[in-house]
Design a protein around this ligand. Structure first.
Ligand code: NAD
Ligand code: UDP
Length: 336
């Protein structure tokens, strides 16, 4: 029988792509989501892509009683924990909400997992825990210095998971630090559907090309980068989803806790991303230069060697494929 995998936040952007990949790899995904930043309308699309029914429990990761019911009702083999709040700017305005959902939610989940004897966990962390790295590419043993409340909540969870693993013989935990996930499923039927004006570059380019917003403000032209604009490691969400399955299989043969970068290993500037997106959509993106965004860094890209050495994962898709798939999703409506 297929192993049942609980995906918290499975109705969200990254979680939904993981759910589809899990089903395609022969697993039985179950979703827990409170739809704080997603819509139940994603579910039939997930089931169509997955080719199977995907049970979805509407519930909150902070609700231990709800979690107990999930573990009672389903024979969960492992958990992929994507549920959380992720807006860097908002995290400074609502710090307690971010600590509550991201930290208390992860604590409640770990507690319920321990009680149920489910000890395999893949956690969605972020490269934002590094802040601006001193050396590039950045490897997992680089110093951490998150420069937002959001980043600090991720680091607190990482730290308690690193403390939890040695406390019991059975814990198997992979902490995955994502670089910049972008793009959409190649079918164009699921993708990133932010509410309001997107904060992130690629979804914003989608909405500008789609006519919803007039122009891109490029945050800074005087960064110490080749063209003066910020450089990031953009990772196709499909590659990211595949990384979770590879990490989960690795945990089946490796107890303990380990941290992995999931990134491509090279950076692109804002201007390079805009040019790639213009090629993908065949339209011009109106843009203007604007002051630097508070809390931004100049440049970050991953050293993904550990994930490759440990579980054979490497990003297979490039920036053009990210832009083409993001645009296909946008051209089909880009919303649920
Ligand atoms: P998302 O907002 O699309 O997905 C998160 C999901 O969690 C949503 O469906 C939301 O409704 C759900 N959720 C929020 N609070 C919840 C709660 N209390 N109980 C149950 N469900 C809850 O975000 P995403 O981009 O898919 O991110 C998934 C994870 O990856 C997050 O933990 C995020 O911090 C992390 N991450 C994302 C990025 C990125 O750029 N998207 C980068 C690094 C790390
Ligand atoms: N960016 C920009 N204008 C925008 C949004 C983003 O110039 O409206 C830049 C941002 O300064 C950074 C890059 O695009 O250099 C990626 O930003 P995003 O918010 O997507 O990712 P993060 O900064 O969190 O890595």
């Amino acid at each position: 029988m297929a192993d049942t995998i609980l995906v918290t936040g499975g109705a969200g952007y990254i979680g939904s792509h993981i759910v589809v990949e899990l089903a395609q790899a022969g697993y039985a995904p179950v979703v827990l989501d409170n739809f704080a930043n997603s819509s139940p309308a994603v579910l039939p699309r997930l089931e169509a892509l997955a080719g199977r029914r995907v049970p979805c429990i509407e519930g909150d990761v902070r609700d231990v009683a709800a979690l107990r019911r999930v573990f009672h009702d389903h024979a969960i083999a492992a958990v992929i924990h994507c549920a959380g709040l992720k807006a860097v700017g908002e995290s400074g305005e609502r710090p307690l909400a971010y600590y509550d959902v991201n930290v208390a939610g992860s604590l409640a989940l770990a507690e319920a997992m321990g009680e149920a004897g489910v000890t395999t966990l893949v956690f969605s962390s972020s490269a934002t825990v590094y802040g601006q790295p001193e050396r590039l590419p950045v490897a997992e043993d680089a110093p951490v210095a998150p420069n937002s409340v959001y980043g600090r909540t991720k680091l607190v969870v990482e730290d308690f998971l690193r403390d939890l693993a040695p406390a019991g013989p059975n814990w198997r935990i992979a902490i995955l630090r994502y670089f910049n996930p972008a793009g959409a499923h190649p079918s164009g039927t699921i993708g990133e559907a932010p509410l309001g004006r997107p904060n992130n570059l690629v979804p914003l380019l989608c909405r500008i090309a789609g006519g919803e917003f007039a122009e891109l403000s490029i945050f800074g032209r005087d960064w110490p980068t080749p063209d003066g604009t910020g450089v990031r490691d953009y990772l196709h969400v499909q590659d990211l989803a595949e990384g979770h399955i590879a990490a989960m299989k690795y945990l089946a043969r490796t107890p303990g806790v380990a941290t992995f970068n999931l990134g491509v290993g090279r950076g692109f500037s804002v201007l390079e991303v805009v040019a790639a997106f213009e090629r993908a959509c065949g339209r011009t993106i109106p843009r203007q230069f604007a002051p630097r965004r508070a809390g931004d860094i100049a440049c970050v890209y991953a050293d993904p060697a550990r994930a490759n050495a440990s579980f054979g994962w490497r990003a297979a898709r490039g920036l053009d494929s990210i832009c083409a798939d993001a645009w296909r999703w946008q051209a089909g409506g880009g919303k649920y």
